[in-house]
Design a protein around this ligand. Structure first.
Ligand code: ZN
Length: 429
């Protein structure tokens, strides 16, 4: 059996696993065509109501669910004075990209290191093809039954916060600042932060538990933009089209073919950005290319957008009767620029991870999180690991030992902030 990272983690594990198995059974899949309602699906409210009840049972009496499906609650601090209020955030929804209904979790105790065969759909978790699973001998591995996602993204984060908060509530002798808990809907469809009331949350900073590999601390995300390229042609009956018809689909195809071959998600890594056309539609009259554009550096992002725009202009300029429209909108900003202004926020997380006996790993996220938008909205919010892996797939899995380590890091994080305020370290600005 794999050792826990600490006696605290081992103590938290049974409650954590119990909660996790309960939460993943609730179908909270969000949907992209939710018609603007928040949350996008009613199942998310089932879990949110369960969390309100459990928060109240743990002693967080003000726990409530608002009209948009956000849960907020307060665990009052135990240190004297005006210690900062620290937020803990996770999302209740699961990805629309794999089946999320009827999740039946399986706990594979004391994993033997070989392929894990799941009972449904011949789904196999093979460590030979999944480097993160290799080396987890002795861990208790939680999976789905093979025909759904597990939902560790982000119910691992929800369960870790709940277990840590219940532990802190039961141990008022452990120093802690006032903690604000926030469970958000619709993160997977990019709306988790949209209706998050930062003022009502009232925290000085927050941490999302929505990462993956143990020890990871993420304070940097892509800046994301979406570009929509629309080409209007001239539609004429093809039998009478000689010299008249302008086919926008052919023009759009030339735009796509002209994009830089190296600037793709599959050919870039680390800190490199890309242009990724992800949807194409066209008729004889109009063609539309939708592309996401990503980079860690805002100037380089602007260059990628400019390349896309210039290529579209050059292609469409070869046909004077065609009309081009290019619409670009920012989706989320790199959180780094906001967190750099508040270095104590990331530093406290690093200290908490070290106190759990782990080496913090700062890894830029090739994507966005709720924390990207929240940081922009004035709530600096880096992201912590959860111990879940292979997100958005039927092969999703989580290690009980790693989830327990994440919950323990949350308890230690409360201690770090409380101590700082007691004068043990420089007072955060
Ligand atoms: Zn997530």
């Amino acid at each position: 059996m794999a050792p826990f990272t600490s006696p605290l983690a081992e103590e938290l594990a049974p409650d954590l696993l119990d909660r996790f198995q309960r939460y993943v059974r609730v179908d909270t899949q969000s949907r992209r065509d939710g018609n603007g309602s928040s949350p996008s699906t009613p199942g998310q409210l089932d879990l949110s109501r369960m969390l309100v009840d459990e928060l109240r049972a743990a002693g967080l009496e003000d726990a409530e669910l608002d009209d948009n499906g956000y849960v907020m609650a307060t665990l009052p601090g135990t240190v004297e004075g005006d210690a900062p209020v620290v937020g803990l955030i996770a999302h209740v929804d699961t990805s629309p990209d794999a089946p999320g209904k009827g999740v039946e979790p399986i706990v594979h105790r004391d994993y033997d290191g070989g392929p894990i065969e799941l009972p449904r759909n011949d789904t196999v978790l093979d460590p030979a093809a999944m480097p993160e699973l290799a080396g987890k001998e002795g861990h208790d591995i939680v999976t789905s039954s093979g025909d759904t996602l597990l939902g560790a993204d982000d119910k691992a984060g929800v369960a870790e916060i709940m277990a840590a908060v219940a532990h802190l509530a039961a141990h008022p002798e452990v120093p802690r600042p006032t903690l604000r808990i926030g469970f958000t809907p619709d993160e997977e469809i990019g709306q988790g932060a949209s209706r998050f009331d930062v003022a009502r949350f009232g925290a000085r900073c927050a941490y999302t538990l929505d990462g993956s590999t143990i020890g990871e601390l993420q304070d940097e995300t892509f800046t994301g933009a979406e570009a929509v390229v629309t080409i209007h042609g001239v539609e004429v009956h093809p039998g009478f089209a000689t010299g008249k018809l302008v086919n926008p689909i052919r023009l759009a195809g030339r735009v796509l073919a002209a994009l830089p071959a190296e600037l793709t998600p599959e050919r870039t890594s680390g800190r490199e950005g890309f242009i990724h056309p992800y949807e194409f539609s066209g008729t004889a009259g109009t063609a539309t290319i939708r592309a996401i554009v990503r980079d860690f550096d805002d100037e380089r992002l602007a260059e990628h957008v400019a390349v896309l725009r210039r290529l579209a202009e050059e292609v469409v300029a070869t046909e004077p009767r065609a009309v081009l429209e290019v619409a670009v909108r920012e989706q989320y900003p790199n959180m780094r620029r906001f967190l750099d202004e508040r270095p104590e926020v990331t530093a406290a997380a690093e200290e908490a991870i070290r106190r759990e006996g782990l080496e913090p790993r700062r890894v830029p996220i090739r994507g966005g999180t709720d924390g990207s938008r929240l940081s922009e909205m004035g709530l600096p919010t880096p992201n912590l690991f959860t111990g879940g892996h292979e997100y958005h797939s039927v092969r999703e899995w989580a290690s009980v030992q790693e989830m327990a380590a994440a919950a323990a890091v949350v308890v230690r994080l409360a201690g770090v902030w409380a101590e700082r305020w007691d004068g043990a370290a420089p007072r955060p600005s």
